[in-house]
Structure formats: C-alpha cells, structure tokens
Design a binder for this molecule. Structure first.
Ligand SMILES: Cc1cc2nc3c(=O)[nH]c(=O)nc-3n(C[C@H](O)[C@H](O)[C@H](O)COP(=O)(O)OP(=O)(O)OC[C@H]3O[C@@H](n4cnc5c(N)ncnc54)[C@H](O)[C@@H]3O)c2cc1C
Ligand code: SF4
Length: 956
C-alpha cells in the first residue's frame, strides 16, 4: 500500500522545518550539556545545564509536533514562542553593552536564529488549520478528576517558580551586585536559560489550564527536566572538587538538582495518576501501552471499517482478554508494544513514537519498515543481511507479528466484525436450521481439586500417594485408566485449569486463554516457529481435532530397528486395537447421528474431489474422511476451542469421568497444580514439589511411582530442572509434524467454517512423507494464520467466507540440534531451539506445491501461502504456477512454520528403557508424546494413547 499523506504542502514544509530545527537544537543541546561545543560547562553552572535543557525542550516540542502538525499545532505555537523569547532576550542583552563583553557574536547569532525560527514557524503555521480528524485518543467524557486537579496544581506551582527563575535571568544585566553575579557572566547561556524557563513555564501553564487536553506536554516537560538533571549531575563532582568545599555555585547547583528531582517525581506521579484514573478500566496494559496498541490497530484497519470497531475499542478488548489470560509470557507483549511504539521509530529514523504520528505516516512507517524493507531486505535490513545477522530481522518481524496478532484478537473477536466478514456463530446457524444442541452427558461430573478447594481443606502435604501422574492429557489419562483397573490409586496433577464442558463458549479468545494457557504463545528461540499445545484438565485432547491415525507400521519398526525402542510389536498392535475400540474411533462420516454426514463434514471436502483426481489421479491416492474419537458430531467447527456438546471423546469428556465413576476416590485430580521439582535420592523420587494456583506449594512425599506425562517440552523440562538424568540426552532429539497452511480464495461463498475443522485427508500412494488435511477455523484463529502483512492481511480477511485452507503434516527429522533449554527471557520456563533442515523444508515445499495445484484445479482463483514475501499463485499460462513458491522460500524464515504435534525429548531406547522407566531411576517413568524416538509422521494422539495403554502393563 503506497500512502500519500493528505497534508498540504505548507504542512509538509512545516513538518520538515520542525524536524530540521529539532535536529539542530537537539545537537546543540547535547553540545552544551556535555560541553562538546567547547563551552566549558563547568565554567557556567548551573546555567550551562539550564541552557542545554532549554534547547532540548525546544527540540522535544518540535520533534513531537512534527509527528502530526495538525494534532500538535499548539506545540508548534509554543515552540515558536520559545524561539521568539530567545531572540528577544538575546537582543535585550546585546543592547546592554556593559554586560555583553566578548559574547557579542553568540548573542547576535541567538537573536538572528531565534527570530528566524519563530518567523518561519509562524509563517508556515499561518497556512495550516487545526483539525482533530486524526486525533487518535478518544475523548472520555468523565467529569474533571481529582488526579487532574492535582496535576493542574503541580503544574501551576511549577509554572510560577519557573517563570520567576526566567525573570531573574532576564533582569540579570541590572543585578551585577547580587551574590549571583558570578553565575550571570555568560550572557548567551543566561539568555537560553531564560528562554527555556519561559517556554517551560508556558508548557506547565497549559497543563495547569486544561490537564486533559494538554496532558501530552507533561512528557516534554519530563524529558527537558531529565536533560537538565543529567547536565547538572555531570558537573557536580567537578564543581565540588574545584572549590575544595561547597561553593555558592555548587550550592545553587545542588538546590537546582533537588528542585528538578522534586518536579520530576511530582510530574511523573501526577501524570501516572491522571492516566490511571482516566483509564481506570485498564486491567493489563499501562496507559502508554494501551495507546500504542490503539495506534497500531488504527494502522491495521481500513478507514471504512473504523465504524465497526474504533482503535481504542480494539485495544480495550485486548486489554480485557489479556487480563484474564494466566500467562506470564504475556509480559512480552508489553515489552514488544513499548519497543514498537517508541524504540523502533527512534532507531529507524529518529522519529517520534508511533502513537504520536499522524495515521497515514504511521501506516507508511509500519509498511515501509515492517513490510517492504523487511521482506525485500532493504534499508537497515540490508545492512543486517550483509553482516549475516538474522536475529535483528527476525526480532523485528517477531515483534510486529506478536502485536499484529493482538490487534487481530481484538478486532476479529468482535461479533460485528465477524458478521461483516460473513461468519455466523454455530448457535445462530443451529437456531436457523433447528439443530438440537443438547449435550450428550455420559458420566457424572468430574470431581477436581481446585487450588481454592485445597486451600479450604488446608492441604499442604500428601504422604500416602501411590501413583502420581503429572499431566492429564492423552498419555496421562489413558495410563491412569489402565493403572486404576489394576487396583492402583492415582493422584493426577494438572498444570492447567479445570473447565467444565458446559462452560465452553463460542468466544475463541476466552477459550484459547482457558484451554491453551501459555502454550498458545510458545515459539522457538528463533521466534519463527510456533508450537501449539493445550493446557487444561484433559490436556491437548480437549482442544485438538481428535483425528486418529493408526501408527504407521514402518515407523514402529524403525523405532525398534534404529532407536532400540524395544517395543513388543504384537502387544502394541493389540493396545492400538483396544484403544480404538475404547474411544470408538471411526471415520467421522460413519458416526453421524443428529445431523447427516454430508452436513457435518467440512463443506469444502466435496468440492476438492475433482481437483484431487485431476492432480493425483495418475499416481494414485486415498481421499477419505478421517477417523476420530468423535461420535454423532454436530459439525459446529469448534473442536479447537472445546466441544460443548459431548461429541468429542476427549480425556475430559470420556476417559477421566468414566475412570472416576468406576474407581471413585482412587482417582484424584488436582487442577492448576504444576509439578515444578522432583526430589530424588539414589535413583528414587522421594518428593514431588507442586505449585498450586501459581502461588503456594504442595508437597507429595514418598510416592510409590511417579509418571511424567506433561507432553513434549514440559516433561523434558521438568526432568531437566530437577537435575534428573544428567547423563541422559533429556530434552534432545525433538521432532515435529511441521506445517504451513495454504489458503485459497474461491469465487463463490464457501463458508468453510461451517463443519468439522478437519474432516478429510489425502495421502498419495507410496508416499509417506506427508498427509494433507482439509482445515479451517473460526475468525480469530483464522486471522492468526491468514497470509499477508497489514493491509494485505486485512483484504484477505474480508474474503473470509470465500477462503478455503488446507494443512499438511510433514514429519521432521529427529535431531540433536532440536532441543529444550531454559528460556533466556523467562527464568524457570523452557524454550525450544529448532531450525528445520533443508531436507524437511524441501519436503514441505513439495507437499505445498501439490496442495496448491489441487486447490487451483478445484477452482480456486488464487492460492496464498504464508510466506514472508507475499505472493498470490494463479492458474493460467503454461507454467506450473506453484513452482515459484520455491523461489520465494529459500530459507526457513521465508515461510511461517508451526507445529501442533511436537514429539520426542525423552525417547524410548535412549532416555527410557523398554518399560518407559527413566534409565537409572527406580520409580520414575515418562509416558506421553515425548517418548517418541522420531516423528510418527501422522497425527500423533492415537500413537500416544496406544503407548500409554501399552505402558499400563509395564509401569509398576
Ligand atoms: C490445536 C491442536 C490440534 C490437534 N489435533 C490433533 C489431532 O486431530 N489428532 C492428533 O493425533 N493430534 C492432534 N494434536 C496433538 C495431540 O493432541 C497431542 O499430540 C497429544 O495430546 C499429546 O499428548 P500428551 O499426553 O503428550 O500431552 P498433552 O495431551 O498435551 O497433555 C499434557 C498435559 O500435561 C500438563 N502439564 C505439563 N507440564 C506439567 C507440569 N509440570 N505439571 C502438571 N501438569 C503439566 C499440560 O498442561 C497438559 O494438560 C493437536 C494438537 C493441537 C495443539
Ligand atoms: S465439530 Fe467438534 S466441537 Fe463441534 S460437535 Fe463436532 S466434535 Fe464437537
């Protein structure tokens, strides 16, 4: 998007002038403050620092004003008055011959410069109008608040003192006999200091007059005072040393420092209090971060759609969501917002913060630095690329993506916006089609010990535990069921929350926060690869698609042959048979009940068939409905945010409640109970330390058996942080089913959201490298993966109901270079180090090419990949349009990559023996996806459950 600022030529000239003058006075201020210009600072304290601050004040005023000359018109006026004051006072001194001494040229220069700047600013200003059309901050209509009155009071007192100080400077020439005479011997510095006091006084007076309207001046005042303070502090030690004792100058400097410190604290606190009380509904962001997010969101939405949701409303929604999202990693969002708002504009061209910029300039800035230059490796990125530094570009892209995704959460989570892109929530669809929504309830409600209940009962220590299972997902729950059948007692610890299915809602963001926790924000250390995992009672099975692929026999054989997993294959296949029976795993179109199969599958599945035949007909393929632990599906499309209707036989809906019904208190489940340490002695775990509700400890002493089933990454991390198995390759050899979705825009309305998210798969004959799956999401999740940056993303989302997406599952190599380690930014939590190999990337690209061809053959107008350099692939011409994908993707960071299927880290045969026991430990086992020696290459949940069933006979 090329933007033309709608500023008039006069406004553009004014902006340029402001920037030039700001740069000049900023540099001059540095020179004076730090004595670089040969002005011996120490010879003129405290006026040297005051003069430096005066210039800095003018620089800041003009710098901020240049961000939007309409919105900050008053700042231009104040700056012009400041320059005029400088000219006037310098002239006054010039006309006082006894006082001028050798400073005549300086005073003449100051007079001329001040007058010229004031006249030019005034002249250009006369050609511009005030307009609040681009005023970003929405105006609250709260009556005047106590905090505003306090700020007004602070500003008034400050203004009076500072005007008085300015006055003293102005009348300096006629006061040579005063004790301050020594201080007044540098007329240019006195003139600048006086002009600075005068300008600062105006700023403070304006804040005092209308704190809500002129509140932005406080920032300028604070910055100028900070510059002055540093100037004083710089020379203070020298002053004291020079005088041998405290001289009058040193005393005055000390007094000035104290006054400035006081003023800084008073302004800072008063400003904070005003922000906090004006925006007292903020629960997560600080006011500054809130405005920054509003400003960035403003740049992401087309003007026409601002009526649907205003930028500040987007930011408010995000604030609300994040406040209810229990994820420490969200602190990163604050950091990212601050960097994007203030740091990046400064680094990329000394610009004022984004939230001050005019909307179009803001969009232009974001587009230039986070789209064009980044993608094409231009500007500063060209320098990084030349130095072979990938991290700065990745960081800039990561920060931008992170923030954009927040804006998408806020925007696409709004029902009005969802309606505008053609989405209808299932409750509405069901009402229109008279679909009965009564949930299937098979078992009594699960009994779960929440932290509140544990507090009420005063539970601190458990000393009679039999089997402790850490994690309640696919591995943990199935194993629990098996062990309970053998008469064991199970104490299950789950880090995530317990959410009853009847409390599931259609609100994606709310459900993501509840069912995924921190793991919805998991990225590898390079920030380029997202790893999605669930976290709640029932583990990822609550939010997964329940697609169940049998373990490929070749994979099992390879695990035994190459990795010495020592799995008894006969027993394993029997376990798989029993799991499939237990969870009624069958093709989704064969178990339809309430609604016919044709209505619950993904609406796209029928349309793809001719395209698949055209592309794969010759080599042969399978295209059919996936098997899943789903019965009588309603086709709502909400599998990834939890099935409210009891159709998905997840651990939460089926396995855990049935086990508790049959075995009563022998199964105890603690929610929000994170195992943080395993205390071992001589190869026996003697204590499990648990953090309950994120705040207090629970100790489980002398458990007979401990099974870690926290899933890939978390299980390895728990062992690593507990110092278990230092001699073992724990946390190494991770593998993934890696994917990158392809989207396709069709001419007709597809409503791909209206049915199972994944209902069909395609497998080419004789090729086990990848599987394709039909796949689509409700709006928020789709927005998070929609290709295109900024405006292009927005355009693609407006075609939401014409879009179709497909996923591909490509098993990656299990390598030593893919591993878990302690997170750099968040001590105490884990991060994954992973970069796909060229071979894996090639496999993925080949799969994407085939997938793209299928979509085009099925009638798509264009196919879109989530590449850093955006491109649409269209049919036509003799060439294969998808071939160019390889030109666009040369390295892994050219493509958005993710995995919802992380595997490995505690592989059988290496970390674990054939009984799933951690080598060298008597009572410690691991049973979950982390035990895979290499990628299973199909959706893994059934293999996890098979292994857990199989392990049931081996864990003692
Ligand atoms: C969106 C999505 C869709 C998916 N769809 C499919 C699909 O259709 N088919 C398929 O085969 N696979 C799918 N998967 C993957 C599949 O769900 C997982 O591979 C499987 O659930 C892994 O089982 P697990 O037992 O290893 O871990 P999980 O099921 O993830 O369970 C681990 C549990 O342990 C808890 N935990 C972690 N650390 C601790 C600790 N220290 N203390 C206490 N508790 C802890 C976690 O909070 C979590 O609840 C999907 C995954 C995602 C994210
Ligand atoms: S689509 Fe998924 S969430 Fe909806 S009813 Fe079927 S299984 Fe449940």
């Amino acid at each position: 998007m090329t933007l033309t600022l709608d500023f008039t030529p006069a406004e553009l000239r004014l902006r340029l002038l402001l920037r030039l003058l700001a740069a000049f006075s900023g540099l001059f201020s540095l020179g004076v403050t730090f004595g670089i210009l040969g002005v011996a600072q120490v010879a003129l304290p405290p006026l040297g620092a005051a003069a430096g601050a005066a210039l800095a004040l003018l620089a800041f005023l003009m710098w901020y004003a240049s961000a939007d000359v309409r919105r900050f018109r008053s700042m231009v006026i104040v700056a012009a008055l400041g320059w005029a004051a400088l000219a006037f006072i310098a002239l006054l001194f010039l006309l006082t011959p006894a006082y001028v001494g050798a400073y005549q040229p300086w005073l003449a220069g100051a007079t001329l410069l001040g007058a010229l700047a004031a006249v030019l600013l005034g002249a250009l200003l006369a050609h511009t109008d005030y307009s609040d059309d681009t005023v970003l901050p929405y105006k609250t209509n709260k009556p005047t608040l106590a905090a505003e009155r306090s700020l007004s009071w602070v500003s008034s007192v400050f203004a009076v003192i500072i005007f008085a100080a300015g006055g003293v400077c102005v009348i300096a020439p006629i006061m040579p006999a005063t004790p301050f005479a020594a201080l007044l011997q540098n007329p240019p510095a006195v003139a600048a200091a006086a002009a600075g006091c005068f300008t600062l006084g105006i700023c403070a007076a304006m804040v005092a007059y209308k704190p809500r309207v002129y509140g932005e001046y406080v920032m300028v005042i604070l910055l100028a005072l900070a510059v002055e303070l540093s100037g004083h502090l710089l020379v203070l030690p020298e002053l004291v040393a020079l005088a041998g004792s405290l001289s009058a100058t040193a005393v005055l400097t000390l007094a000035t420092i104290s006054f400035i410190l006081l003023a800084l604290i008073a302004f800072w606190r008063a400003r904070r209090a005003v922000h906090d009380s004006l925006l007292d509904y903020l629960r997560f962001f600080t006011p500054g971060q809130f405005w920054a997010l509003a400003a960035i969101s403003d740049g992401l939405i087309e003007t026409n759609d601002r009526d649907l949701l205003k930028p500040h409303e987007i930011a408010l929604r995000v604030d609300n969501y994040l406040a209810s999202f229990p994820a420490p990693k969200l602190a990163l969002s604050r950091l990212a917002l601050t960097a994007l708002d203030g740091l990046f504009p400064f680094l990329f061209g000394l610009r004022p913060p984004l939230s001050y910029m005019h909307l179009q300039e803001r969009e232009d800035f974001l587009n230039r630095h986070f789209k064009t230059d980044l993608v094409e490796g231009r500007g500063i990125y060209a320098v990084f690329n030349a130095l072979r530094l990938r991290f700065p570009s990745d960081l800039a892209e990561g920060v931008m993506r992170f923030i954009m995704q927040f804006a998408y959460l806020g925007y696409y989570g709004e029902p009005k916006v969802q309606e505008s892109i053609g989405y209808k929530p299932f409750s509405q669809r069901a009402a229109e089609r008279s679909i009965p929504l009564k949930p299937i309830v098979r078992y009594p409600k699960l009994k779960v010990m929440t932290p509140q209940e544990a507090d009420r009962l005063g539970i601190d220590l458990i000393e009679d535990a039999d089997v402790v299972i850490i994690g309640s997902g696919a591995g943990g729950a199935i194993l629990a069921e098996r062990l309970l059948k053998q008469g064991r007692r199970v104490l299950m610890l789950e880090k995530g929350r317990y959410i009853e299915p009847e409390d599931f809602t259609e609100n994606e963001i709310e459900m993501i926060g509840k069912l995924y926790g921190d793991n919805a924000l998991q990225v590898t250390s390079s920030l380029r690869f997202t790893i999605l995992q669930g976290s709640c009672v029932g583990g990822t099975t609550v939010s997964n698609n329940a697609v169940s692929f049998e373990t490929p026999p070749s994979v099992l054989q390879r695990w035994n042959r190459e990795y010495s997993a020592q799995i008894d294959e006969v027993a394993y296949w029997e376990a798989q048979r029993q799991v499939m029976e237990r969870l009624r795993i069958a093709p989704v179109d064969a178990t339809a009940g309430t609604r016919p199969a044709s209505e619950i599958v993904n609406p796209v599945s029928h349309l793809l068939a001719p395209g698949i035949e055209q592309v794969l007909g010759k080599e042969g393929y399978t295209y059919q409905a996936v098997k899943a632990n789903i019965t009588d599906c309603l086709g709502c499309g909400y599998c990834n945010i939890g099935c409210k209707y009891g159709r998905k036989l997840s651990m939460l809906d089926e396995v855990l409640p049935k086990a508790q019904m049959e075995h009563g208190d022998a199964l105890q489940i603690y929610s929000e109970a994170e195992a943080i340490h395993l205390q071992e002695e001589n190869g026996t775990v003697q204590e499990v330390v648990v953090r309950l509700g994120g705040r207090r400890m629970l100790f489980i002493r002398n458990p007979k058996t401990v099974v870690v089933s926290g899933g890939t990454v978390a299980s390895s991390w728990l062992l690593m942080r507990s110092g278990i198995g230092k001699h073992l390759p724990i946390g190494r050899r991770l593998s993934f089913n890696m994917g990158s979705p392809l989207h396709a825009r069709f001419p007709q309305v597809m409503n791909a959201y209206d049915g199972l998210q994944i209902s069909h798969y395609i497998q080419t004959q004789g090729n086990n490298d990848f599987i394709f799956e039909t796949w689509f999401n409700p709006p928020v999740a789709q927005a998070l993966v929609m290709p295109g940056w900024l405006d292009q993303h927005y355009k693609n989302m407006t075609a939401y109901n014409h879009m179709v997406a497909m996923g591909v599952v490509v098993g990656t190599e299990a390598r030593e270079e893919a591993y878990v380690r302690g997170a750099t930014l968040f001590p105490g939590s884990a991060e994954v180090v992973y970069t796909p190999t060229d071979a894996d990337l090639k496999k993925l690209l080949s799969a994407m090419e085939v997938m793209g061809k299928i979509l085009l053959a099925a009638g798509a107008e264009e196919v879109l990949a989530s590449t850093r350099s955006y491109r649409a692939y269209r049919s036509g011409g003799s060439d294969d349009p998808m071939r160019t994908l390889r030109e666009v993707v040369k390295r892994d960071d050219d493509l958005l990559l993710s995995s919802a299927h992380p595997q490995g880290g505690n592989p059988l045969g290496a970390v674990l023996d054939a009984d799933f026991r951690v080598r060298g430990y008597r009572n410690l086992y691991v049973v979950d996806a982390s035990v895979f020696p290499s990628s299973v290459t199909v959706n893994p949940q059934l293999t996890v459950m098979n292994l857990a069933w199989y392990a049931g006979e081996r864990v003692v």
